[in-house]
Write a protein that binds this ligand. Structure first.
Ligand code: HEM
Ligand code: SF4
Length: 557
């Protein structure tokens, strides 16, 4: 992973000192609420329902064990013993004391972490494939590009006050695991015939109140032009994006209003001034950053490990975990594994300090000390020898992180909703819990097969409900909490070739206690109508939403 040099370290240390002074002045009454707001937002600090919420950046989802131990320590010392991983690969703390936030940031800085640009109208955390560097279907490792972009856009003075927040994601695999079509800018990396790296640039995707699938506005951009081209996109947005209406301020609205072709032409026009300027990435700089992302000191294996194959054959529960939570690796004899942060009794994405400490230990023991965060709110070890998988599974079971549900219905994405978020129309966590209870039976879950179910507590769509195969949205009706269901959303190009799509609402919304039964009816309809091994999303795309709607709204007789 990238290791800070002296300049990087100085930048975040200075920022901590500056924010400590700002916080002290605010607490002493020398700074007004209005003056303090932009300062705290620049450091990831929101004021929420119960307490401040601090969002800590995890660049492209990569952490080391030392950082994870520090996150555990912060959860234990400054919060209520847990943290919440988000759909943008960050971690949030829901209960810090405002006066202690500078101390938290100071502790984070000792392990090269910070909360800079995790909120506010600036370029946010860069997200990427959680299996970057190891995935069997990867063609280009996105991490060095993500790191170069992170450095360029952190503290970039021109883009500190954009019309609205700005989110970018990168993928270098044939299957998109970073949801690049629903970001402000999505970058798809791939090699040209001569081996040089190219990028397709997707602009104007996003969820929220006006969900839009992004458009490719540039094909085959040479890698060294990534910064100047993105600068040009941001300049056009900064100049022409709407600042009069918060709900129309995202780049997606501008791209939609102009049309992607016109927008692309405007970017090209702007790019002329930047293209061969100092923002063109020098080979030496790429090499410097890329040196941090070299393959680990892997052992050589000819093929799959025999003991691993034997354990799978003799232990069905292990085989089941392997089938869902173990992922193919570029290197023979290695695998990536996912710790499921989705189970009964805790909110999706939540993890305790003790679990975090243990995950760090397991990463040291089995995976070169590295941990990844997925945008589906789970944790990953990327480099596990197959001969260690059984022992790791047993350890994960003890930690209650071995739920074999990755890609299945109970691996739900859910935002914190009304339990924590001041913007919520409805709660999300009890909905997730109700559905998890209903679909507890593993055989049933496996029979249903691959299915993404995403829940947001309001239109802001932090829980990505639009791109869930089943989406659940909390809505307010005369002061009470209701839930609208949509079907047919899809987050990204899968190995099966299903493109990104937005779900369609099936009809009037439901009360909280009705939701699990409604989901059950949708599933039964699918099971009755599916052909062969057709996945849920493919059935919905073939059949449309009508058969599901009929079944869900049929009057009981
Ligand atoms: C303090 C709590 C939070 C606040 C105030 C907040 C606020 C918002 C707002 C206002 C939007 C809509 C943006 C727009 O339409 O332009 C949004 C979208 C989003 N937020 Fe949050 N959010 C919070 C927590 C979270 C959490 C917990 C996650 C992840 C689990 C998250 C990730 C996202 C994502 C991925 C979107 C998707 C829409 C998009 O930008 O394309 N946010 N949030
Ligand atoms: S979707 Fe709404 S309720 Fe959920 S975290 Fe985002 S802003 Fe809060």
């Amino acid at each position: 992973m990238y290791i800070y040099d002296e300049i990087d370290q100085q930048l975040i240390d200075d920022r901590v000192r500056q924010f400590r002074d700002q916080t002290n002045r605010y607490l002493a009454g020398e700074l007004s609420e209005d003056d303090f707001r932009p300062l705290r937002l620049q450091n990831g600090l929101y004021v929420q329902r119960h307490a401040p919420m601090l969002r800590v950046a995890v660049p492209y989802g990569v952490l080391n064990s030392k950082q994870v131990r520090k996150l555990a320590h912060i959860a234990r010392t400054y919060d209520r013993g847990y943290g919440h991983f988000t759909t943008r690969q960050n971690i949030q703390y829901n209960w810090p004391d405002l006066a202690k936030v500078p101390d938290i940031l100071e502790e984070l800085a000792t392990v090269q972490m910070h909360a800079i640009q995790t909120s506010g109208n600036c370029v946010r955390n860069f997200t990427a494939d959680q299996f970057a560097g190891v995935a069997a279907d990867e063609v280009i490792d996105p991490r060095p590009y993500a790191e170069i972009m992170r450095q360029w856009f952190t503290f970039h003075p021109e883009f500190a006050y954009l019309p609205r927040k700005f989110k970018m994601a990168l993928s270098g695999s044939t299957g998109d695991r970073a949801a690049i079509y629903v970001h402000d800018i999505g970058v798809q990396l791939y090699p040209a015939a001569d081996g040089t790296v190219l990028a397709d640039v997707i602009v104007g995707g996003g969820l929220g109140r006006t969900p839009i699938v992004g458009s490719v506005i540039k094909k085959g951009l040479p890698w060294f032009d990534l910064l100047t081209y993105c600068d040009a996109v941001l300049r056009v947005y900064n100049r022409f994006g709407r600042r009069d209406n918060k709900y129309k301020a995202r780049i997606k609205i501008l791209v939609k209003a102009l049309g992607p072709d016109t927008f692309g032409d405007m970017v090209d026009e702007e790019w002329k001034y930047l293209k061969d300027g100092p923002g063109r990435i020098p080979q030496a700089e790429f090499d410097r950053v890329n040196a941090h992302f070299q393959p680990k000191p892997y052992e050589s294996f000819a093929g799959n490990d025999a003991s691993f194959e034997a354990k799978k054959a003799e232990n069905p529960a292990f085989a089941r975990w392997v089938s869902r939570n173990v992922h193919p690796h570029k290197r023979a004899g290695y695998s990536a594994i996912t710790f499921s942060l989705k189970g009964l009794g805790f909110a999706p994405g939540d993890i305790t300090d003790a679990q975090l400490d243990k995950v760090a230990d397991l990463a040291d023991q089995y995976s070169f000390g590295e941990i990844r965060v997925s945008h589906e709110q789970n944790l990953i070890l990327t480099d596990v020898k197959q001969s260690d998988l059984f022992a790791l599974w047993e350890a994960a079971k003890e930690l209650k992180l071995a739920n074999p549900n990755i890609g299945l219905l109970t691996n739900m994405i859910a935002c914190p909703g009304g339990d924590f978020c001041a913007l919520a129309n409805a709660k999300s966590i009890p909905i997730a819990e109700g559905i998890a209870q209903r679909f507890e039976d593993l055989d049933y879950l496996f029979d249903i097969g691959e299915l993404d179910l995403n829940i947001s507590g309001c239109m802001n769509s932090c829980g990505h409900h639009h791109i869930g195969h089943i989406g659940i949205l909390g809505v307010d009706k005369n002061g009470s909490e209701w839930y609208q269901i949509s079907l047919g959303g899809n987050q990204g190009m899968s190995a099966k070739g299903t493109p990104t799509s937005l779900g369609k609402v099936i009809g009037p919304s439901f009360a909280q206690d009705e939701v699990p039964a409604v989901i059950e009816k949708i599933i039964q309809t699918y099971l009755a109508l599916r052909q062969d091994d057709e996945r849920f999303i493919d059935s919905v795309q073939r059949l449309g939403i009508e058969p599901f709607k009929e079944r869900v709204y049929a009057k009981a007789n």
